[in-house]
Design a protein around this ligand. Structure first.
Ligand code: ADP
Ligand code: GLC
Length: 489
């Protein structure tokens, strides 16, 4: 049965991306199409988004809100795949260059509360029929940016004494909660009763994510293990109590890979295509990567790659501490990332100290990200926590063995190259159990050891490349959830 779903999100690949959220929001709507789910996206009208949509036209004028004049909801289609996208055109909020959340000095914009309240509010208007041509049957919000959507829907339902479409919130990362001073609450236009522990209040402040977790009908997160972890005090970031209370509404649905974007046989961004039965191109990709970064051209030693936001979450401080181990063994390391200045500086220092073996590029570069995933032998994802993680999945597809911490989605997707797993032909990467420098270093040593056994390395690579993490299975699980919510209430 067809179901119309409105995704509410701040990022969308290929138009605007700071991390995996964009990849998911870009890939899930087309993956739902074969299941006859008709999915559209609503997002802020950032300049890059406006520039990337075709046939953009107004569908609704909302009236003034949040202290700025007349925002307009417009609709257009994504050039790359035809996905329908609504934008909230509110230039006073969104017509700012660069990062959607941070200013040029990397500080959150002071009006982020109102900027993203606008998104949730506009989504709730669409759910109430703002576009007469398309009424969603389920509203699916992503992360704190869209957290107020369900609150606005509940408020509208109470005010108008009518049913609203059911809502889902997907937690891509519980560490980002959208918490603002209590003084913001009065500007949100929500019923006063919503500002309490059983609602949007979080230790005296307003939490957009908590509002989403409290008011949405269902909660999903992006891997089964993370769904479990966020219900524990250790990883619940203060919200585990609420999540435990709602445990029957919480589920983990693993992210997929968009193999039309991330597959070495068709990737236009890499030096030479390859696939599991013809791996010759991978050597060309490695050589091109070494040349691009001025590293010594070597085939006899593993090249470790990293493509990552440089935040505490990602655990790259531990990798940095392991650089001497990589260098001493003759290995190489390439890092692409942007984020915390101290980490950026530390990585730059390591590259300066070992110019033949370590190279760092600070910035966000989609093409280079593909070159690194293709040209490396190992992709390192030593995250302290990881809701799902996509780069390890891209690594698997490219025969670039992931080196990961046994946590969240990393634990759900990578199988350690232990002796017994190698013997049984199950291994796909290197997994370390505890987040400690010695454990990272030990995993690196195991990567070197396996690299020195080419037959086993190749067998592991082949097994990794044959894993199927396509969107089909996950899209089906979302579709089931939509069906249950929309048609069996
Ligand atoms: P997260 O969403 O926590 O950042 P994921 O592994 O889910 O982690 O997704 C990260 C996505 O962002 C991947 O598509 C990765 O290739 C991309 N990415 C991260 N940093 C960069 C960068 N500096 N340049 C290009 N792409 C990047
Ligand atoms: C978040 C998480 C990452 C996940 C991504 C997409 O940014 O940190 O683990 O893969 O969202 O769901």
């Amino acid at each position: 049965m067809t179901v119309r779903v409105l995704h509410v999100a701040a990022e969308l690949y290929p138009l605007l991306k700071t991390g995996g959220l964009a990849d998911v929001v870009g890939a899930l709507p087309p993956a739902l199409l074969p299941l006859s789910a008709d999915a559209r996206v609503v997002m802020p009208g950032f300049p890059a988004v406006i520039a990337g949509l075709d046939n953009l036209h107004p569908v609704a004028h909302t009236g003034p809100r949040f202290g700025i004049g007349n925002p307009v909801i417009e609709f257009g289609t994504l050039r790359s795949n035809g996905t329908g996208v609504y934008i909230v055109r509110a230039d006073a909020f969104y017509d700012r260059p660069g990062n959607p959340y941070l200013d040029a000095a990397h500080h959150p914009y002071p009006d982020n509360g109102r900027r993203f309240a606008m998104l949730g509010w506009a989504a709730s208007l669409l759910a109430q029929g703002a576009d007469p041509a398309w009424l969603p049957e389920v509203v699916h919000a992503h992360d704190w940016h869209a957290g107020l959507t369900a609150a606005y829907l509940k408020a509208a339902a109470a005010e108008q004494h009518r049913r609203m479409p059911p809502s889902i919130i997907t937690v891509h990362n519980l560490a980002y909660q959208g918490v603002f001073p209590a003084s913001l609450f009065g500007e949100l236009g929500l019923p006063g009763g919503f500002f309490q522990v059983e609602g949007a209040e979080f230790y005296g402040q307003v939490s957009f994510l908590k509002a989403g977790l409290f008011f949405s009908d269902k909660i999903t997160t992006v891997s089964p293990t993370y769904a479990h972890e966020i219900q524990t005090p250790a990883q619940g970031a203060g919200l585990d109590g609420l999540l435990r209370k709602r445990t029957h509404d919480v589920s983990g649905i693993l992210n997929g890979v968009d193999y039309t974007v991330w597959h070495p046989s068709i990737d236009p961004a890499i030096a030479k295509p390859y696939w599991v039965d013809d791996m010759e191109g991978k050597a060309a990709c490695k050589a091109a990567l070494q040349a691009r970064f001025g590293l010594t051209a070597r085939t006899d030693t593993p090249l470790f790659g990293v493509v990552s936001r440089l935040t505490e979450q990602k655990g790259l401080d531990a990798l940095l501490a392991s650089v001497p181990e990589i260098v001493a063994r003759g290995g190489q390391l390439v890092i692409l990332g942007t984020g915390e200045p101290t980490l950026e500086a530390g990585l730059k220092r390591a590259a300066h100290e070992h110019p033949d073996a370590v190279a760092v590029e600070l910035g966000f570069d989609e093409t280079l990200a593909h070159s690194i995933i293709a040209g490396s032998d190992v992709v390192a994802v030593p995250s302290r926590f990881e809701p799902c993680g996509l780069t390890q999945l891209y690594g698997l597809a490219y025969g670039t063995l992931p080196l990961v911490h046994h946590v969240g989605g990393l634990a759900d997707t990578v199988i350690d190259a232990s002796l017994e797993n190698l013997a049984d032909g199950m291994a796909t990467g290197f997994v370390f159990e505890r987040f400690e420098i010695t454990a990272v270093t030990a995993a690196i040593r195991r990567a070197f050891a396996l690299f020195d056994r080419p037959d086993e390395w190749i067998a592991t690579q082949r097994h990794a490349m044959k894993q199927n993490f396509g969107w089909e299975a996950s899209a089906l699980r979302y579709y089931d959830l939509y069906q249950r919510l929309a048609h069996h209430r």
